[in-house]
Design a protein around this ligand. Structure first.
Ligand code: ACM
Ligand code: ZN
Length: 612
C-alpha cells in the first residue's frame, strides 16, 4: 500500500512538473486588438529583463511601475527600469514614443525583446494592459506563482480604439460603496481599456458628495431612514438607516487614482428630477407644495423636483463650482431623466415663469432649466451630457446625450449633430438579469444575457455616414437597487462588461465564438483580480416559451464553447448519457427540465432545473 502511495505521489509530482511546461501561449486578449498576428516562439520575462523607456518621465515610470507591481506579486521579482546608455542587446521591454495617435499602440514581440510604440501615456498604458493579457493568466494573481514561466508569445499587435468614450457607470446612491471598492472597480475597468467612470452621486435616495457650502447635503442627505425590501412594490421596509458619502479629499484621491489609470471620472449631479435627498435638506429648492420632504426609502420616480427659482439656480451653480474644483473632466453629467411635471403644473411660480418666458408647457420649462444650467456650465469651460429626456422641449445647444430609453433619443440627437453615448437599457443595463430569473436573485428587468450585450451594435443603421460620427461611444450602467454589496455589483457587472468593453474598443464586426473562446481564458484573469463575476457562461439557460395552458416549448443554450447540454424531464439529475439537447421541444405540466452542460464528457457549470 505504502509503495503504491509513494509511486502515486511521484506520478503526481511528474504530472504537476509536466503541467508547468505545457503552458498555454495562445493569444487571447479582451478587448480584442484591431490587428494581431501571432508568430512562432516566445519572449521570456525573467529577473534580468530590463524595462527601457525613452523618457524617464514620472508618467512612464508610473506605467512601468504597474508592470513591476504585477510581477512582484505574481512572479516575486521586479525589473530594472533604464533610460539612456547603450540599449541592452537583448532581454528587454522597450517603450518608445513613436508619435502614434492618443490611446494607440503597437507591440512587437520576438524571442530577444518586446518593443512597444505609443504616442501618449494612455497608449503606453493600454499596450501594458495587452501585455498583461499576453502573459500567462497567473500574472493577475495576488499570490506568488512559483511554477510559471513568464512567457509572452511572439506577435505583432497594432491597436487603437473604435470609440473615444468607453464608459462604465456606478450608482452609489441607491447603495453606498466605499473608496477601496471604487478603486478596485476602476482597476478592473482600466484592465479592459474602459476610460470613463460615470459616477452617479446624487439621487432621491441619498446625496453622496460633500459640498462645503451646503453641509446638510451630506450631514442629513446621505441618510435614508430605511430601505424597501424586495422590489419597489413590496411595501415592506428593513428599518435600517442607510448612508455614506465621499469627502472632497476622498474625491480628489479617487480622481487622481483614476487619472493614473487613464480613466476620467464624470460626476453626475442630477437635475431637475431625482432631487429629493437635496430637497429634504433644503426644502426651499422645491416648489414648496408639501409640509415635509424626506429622502426616499424606495426606488422609482418622485414628483418632488427642483423648482426653477433663482435660489435653486444659485444653489446648483454653487454645487457645480465645487464640482469643477474636484473633477477636471470637461464633461459633467447633469442627469435630466425622469422628471415628473406634476409639481411644476401645480406651482404658481413655475406657471408664472412659463407665461413670462412664453413657453409652451412644462417640457419646455425643463428645456429652459437644462439650457440655463448648460450656459453656466459652458461659461466655466465645461460641457454637459444628460440622459435622453433632455431632448424633451428642445435640446440645449451644446449638450451630449446618453441614450438609455432605447436608441431613438440617440438617433435624434445624432441627427441634430449632438454627440451621443449609447447605453440602451435593454442592452447595456447591468442591473438586469444575465441568467434565468427563475434561479437568480432579484434584479431590475431582463434577462439581458452576455450574448445580447455582446451582439449589440451601438451605431444605428438609420444614421447617415456623417451622422454616425456623432456616436462617440458606449457605456454599461450599474444601478444598485438590488446590489447592496460589492460582491453583488461585481457579479452583475462581470463578465457582461467585458462584452461592452470589447464593443467600445474593437472593430464593429462581431465574433461571438472568438469572444467566448477568449473569455474562457479571461475568467482566469478575473479570478486573479478577485472579481466575483457571474459564471452563468458555463451553465445551461433554460427558456420556456408559453404555448397552450397545458404545455410549454423549451429552448436551451450554453455560452461555453464546445459544450453540449444533456437533460432529463423526470426530475432526476442528468448525466452525460442523458438525452442531448438538439432542437426545441414541448413539455407538459408534469415535467421538470433539469439540464447540465458537458464538455469532453465532464460536467461544467451548474445543474439548472425549471418547473412549469
Ligand atoms: C435612468 O435609468 N433613469 C437613466
Ligand atoms: Zn415650482
Amino acid at each position: 500500500m505504502r509503495r503504491i502511495a509513494i509511486i502515486s505521489v511521484f506520478l503526481a509530482l511528474l504530472v504537476s512538473c509536466a503541467e508547468t511546461k505545457v503552458q498555454d501561449n495562445s493569444i487571447s486578449v479582451i478587448p480584442e486588438p484591431m490587428y494581431c498576428r501571432a508568430d512562432e516562439g516566445v519572449f521570456v520575462i525573467d529577473k534580468d529583463t530590463k524595462i527601457v523607456v525613452d523618457e524617464l518621465s514620472e508618467e512612464m515610470q508610473r506605467i512601468a511601475g504597474f508592470l513591476n507591481e504585477k510581477l512582484s506579486k505574481a512572479a516575486g521579482f521586479e525589473l530594472e527600469i533604464v533610460k539612456d546608455g547603450p540599449m541592452p542587446r537583448e532581454n528587454f521591454i522597450a517603450f518608445m514614443n513613436a508619435g502614434l495617435q492618443s490611446e494607440s499602440y503597437e507591440i512587437n514581440v520576438v524571442p530577444q525583446h518586446i518593443l512597444v510604440d505609443y504616442g501618449d501615456g494612455a497608449g503606453a498604458f493600454y499596450a501594458l494592459q495587452t501585455l498583461f493579457q499576453l502573459l500567462p493568466v497567473e500574472i493577475f494573481s495576488q499570490e506568488l506563482q512559483k511554477r510559471v514561466d513568464w512567457t509572452v508569445p511572439c506577435c505583432n499587435i497594432d491597436d487603437k480604439p473604435r470609440f473615444k468614450y468607453r464608459g462604465m457607470h456606478l450608482d452609489v446612491c441607491l447603495h453606498y460603496f466605499d473608496l477601496e471598492f471604487l478603486k478596485k472597480y476602476i482597476d478592473i475597468m482600466a484592465a479592459h481599456k474602459v476610460n470613463r467612470f460615470h459616477w452617479h452621486l446624487t439621487e432621491d435616495q441619498g446625496w453622496r458628495l460633500e459640498i462645503k457650502k451646503y453641509p446638510l447635503l451630506t450631514e442629513k442627505g446621505q441618510w435614508r431612514k430605511e430601505t424597501v425590501v424586495g422590489s419597489l412594490s413590496s411595501g415592506v421596509y428593513d428599518g435600517i438607516p442607510h448612508g455614506g458619502y465621499y469627502t472632497q479629499e476622498q474625491v480628489k484621491e479617487l480622481v487622481k487614482y483614476a487619472a493614473d489609470r487613464y480613466v476620467t471620472i464624470i460626476p453626475e449631479i442630477e437635475l431637475p428630477g431625482h432631487a429629493l435627498a437635496a430637497i429634504a435638506c433644503y426644502p426651499e429648492l422645491s416648489c414648496g407644495l408639501e409640509d415635509h420632504y424626506e429622502t426616499a426609502t424606495r426606488w422609482g420616480i418622485f414628483k418632488q423636483v427642483y423648482c426653477p427659482k433663482e435660489t435653486t439656480f444659485e444653489f446648483l451653480e454653487d454645487v457645480f463650482d465645487e464640482v469643477f474644483e474636484l473633477f477636471p473632466s470637461e464633461l459633467v453629467h447633469i442627469g435630466g431623466d425622469e422628471c415628473p411635471k406634476a409639481s411644476w403644473k401645480a406651482c404658481p411660480h413655475c406657471q408664472a415663469l412659463i407665461r413670462k418666458l412664453g413657453l409652451k408647457d412644462e417640457y419646455e420649462l425643463q428645456s429652459y432649466f437644462v439650457t440655463r444650467m448648460e450656459k453656466y456650465i459652458n461659461s466655466k469651460g465645461r460641457q454637459i451630457i444628460g440622459w435622453d429626456e433632455i431632448l424633451q422641449g428642445g435640446l440645449a445647444p451644446n449638450a451630449k446625450v446618453m441614450s438609455w430609453l432605447g436608441e431613438e433619443g440617440g438617433i435624434k440627437a445624432a441627427q441634430q449633430h449632438h454627440e451621443v453615448v449609447m447605453s440602451p437599457h435593454y442592452k447595456y443595463y447591468l442591473d438586469y438579469w444575465q441568467a434565468d430569473p427563475y434561479s437568480e436573485p432579484l434584479a431590475m428587468s431582463g434577462p439581458t444575457t452576455l450574448r445580447t450585450m455582446y451582439d449589440y451594435e451601438p451605431v444605428p443603421e438609420v444614421l447617415t455616414q456623417e451622422e454616425r460620427k456623432y456616436i462617440i461611444g458606449v457605456e454599461g450602467c450599474v444601478w444598485t437597487e438590488y446590489m447592496p454589496t460589492p460582491e453583488r455589483v461585481e457579479y452583475m457587472a462581470w463578465p457582461r462588461m467585458c462584452a461592452i468593453a470589447e464593443t467600445g474598443w474593437t472593430r464593429s464586426e462581431k465574433d461571438w465564438d472568438g469572444f467566448a473562446q477568449r473569455l474562457e481564458k479571461h475568467f482566469g484573469r478575473l479570478d486573479g483580480m478577485e472579481v466575483e463575476y457571474c459564471a452563468a457562461f458555463f451553465s445551461p439557460m433554460i427558456v420556456f416559451h408559453k404555448d397552450t395552458p397545458h404545455n410549454m416549448v423549451v429552448t436551451m443554450t450554453v455560452d461555453a464553447p464546445g459544450a453540449e447540454i444533456h437533460y432529463t424531464l423526470d426530475g432526476s439529475v442528468p448525466t452525460a448519457d442523458s438525452p442531448k439537447y438538439e432542437i426545441p421541444f414541448s413539455i407538459n405540466r408534469s415535467q421538470t427540465v433539469t439540464a447540465a452542460a458537458y464538455r469532453d464528457g465532464r460536467q461544467i457549470g451548474e445543474i439548472k432545473s425549471k418547473r412549469f
